[in-house]
Design a protein. Structure first.
Lengths: 170, 100
């Protein structure tokens, strides 16, 4: 019981800190590496919530594929650290921070008022292993599972088309 | 005692940080990164509810969200490369040819 709280607060604070680093660091590569830390902390939280397969997918797909793609594009484009007029940065940052703070306060109120607090450890966890998830995917969620392959296909064709058009028009 | 509310609050915080990033950063690739943070905040909420309700449906939904996010990143980064080649900029303030 105690251990759960220790793990939760460790991973959550690391995650929030890394997410803030993603937003505020000037070097794009540092942002991507901080996002990597966010992904690993999130997958640790997923494991604590009993979603073992999703935790593995999170690391494989996000850390392994998506972030590597981001890094490739950054190396390709040779990004410079952002340089903006000081005033613009200041106004944007103030507005964004105030908006996010108000939104966060509203969420806090909402959660505290509506949900009765019963500890998660008293509820039996769902088995987030490969077999039950695979069974569900191929029975109840078969149609969305097949449709999602069209999204992937469309994304691949779109990316190839976007990349190719440039060369022919030049 | 860790309850559902704790996880939902962590998710809301993560979402707010992503939102703040989208509002403050002007680089297209940075905006895409912050969208990834927001996707992950939603994933955390889904998985927390799957745990609290004892239902695997939330985890299946996260599976689909991860796939859609991967597709979104692929197309988004292709557009970013195209922008930097044709307009020579990645600053979202300067890319305004769709405004008129």
């Amino acid at each position: 019981m105690m251990l759960e709280a220790v793990f939760f607060y460790t991973f959550t604070s690391t995650m929030i800190f890394a997410a803030l680093l993603v937003v505020f660091s000037r070097q794009p590569v540092y942002s991507v590496l901080s996002l990597l830390v966010v992904m690993f902390c999130l997958s640790a939280l997923f494991i604590m919530l009993g979603a073992f397969f999703m935790a593995a997918l999170q690391i494989l797909l996000y850390a392994g594929a998506v972030l590597v793609l981001f890094l490739f594009v950054m190396m390709l484009l040779n990004l410079q650290p952002e340089a903006l007029a000081r005033m613009r940065v200041f106004t944007l940052r103030t507005v964004g921070t105030a908006g996010a703070a108000v939104w966060c306060a509203l969420m806090w109120k909402l959660f505290v008022s509506t949900h009765p607090a019963n500890p998660l450890s008293q509820i039996p966890p769902p088995a987030g292993l490969v077999e039950p998830i695979g069974r569900l995917l191929f029975t109840r969620y078969l149609l969305p599972f097949e449709l999602v392959s069209f999204i992937i296909l469309a994304a691949i064709i779109g990316a190839v088309t976007l990349g190719k058009q440039e060369r022919s028009s030049k | 005692m860790i309850t559902l509310n704790h996880y939902l609050l962590a998710s809301a915080l993560l979402f707010a940080i992503g939102l703040m990033g989208i509002m403050t950063r002007r680089n297209v690739i940075m905006i895409l990164l912050c969208i990834e943070i927001m996707f992950n905040a939603a994933n955390l909420a889904f998985i927390a509810y799957a745990r609290a309700l004892g239902d695997l449906g939330g985890q299946i939904m996260v599976f689909f969200i991860i796939i859609v996010a991967a597709a979104e990143v692929t197309v988004g980064l292709a557009i970013a490369i195209l922008l930097s080649r044709q307009l020579k900029t990645l600053n979202a303030d300067e890319i305004s040819f769709l405004k008129w």
